[in-house]
Design a protein around this ligand. Structure first.
Ligand code: SF4
Ligand code: SF4
Length: 98
């Protein structure tokens, strides 16, 4: 596979991976009393990050506590509040076909 085709392949895979997300907001603390201050309600009862493109790093919850925003792949083998609801966790565990 040449470099151009490889980059196209990577981009396609990235889009497919992003599409798995149900925009439920659980990984951003929706099940906690104080979710991330950047989590906002979107259309159709979903949630979105208002700084999505530059989200990684130290952020704050709505109560002012510091949290670290990391790629979801870093969380797939950990336990966190609501992790069993995440589409990525579910697909990894075979609960949901992708
Ligand atoms: S900064 Fe991270 S934790 Fe906060 S809403 Fe955005 S994606 Fe979620
Ligand atoms: S918990 Fe999983 S499915 Fe829900 S918004 Fe976060 S990454 Fe997407």
């Amino acid at each position: 596979m040449d470099e151009h085709r490889y980059i196209e392949y990577q981009n396609r895979k990235k889009i497919e991976y992003e599409k798995l997300c149900k925009r439920c907001g659980v990984c951003c603390g929706l099940r906690d009393r104080a979710p991330c201050e950047h989590l906002v309600i979107a259309a159709g009862g979903t949630y979105r990050c208002d700084i999505y493109e530059e989200r990684f790093g130290i952020r704050k919850t709505v109560s002012g506590k510091e949290i670290k925003c990391v790629p979801i792949r870093s969380m797939l083998y950990k336990t966190w509040l609501g992790c069993s609801e995440c589409a990525y966790t579910r697909s990894m565990n075979g609960y949901e076909k992708v």
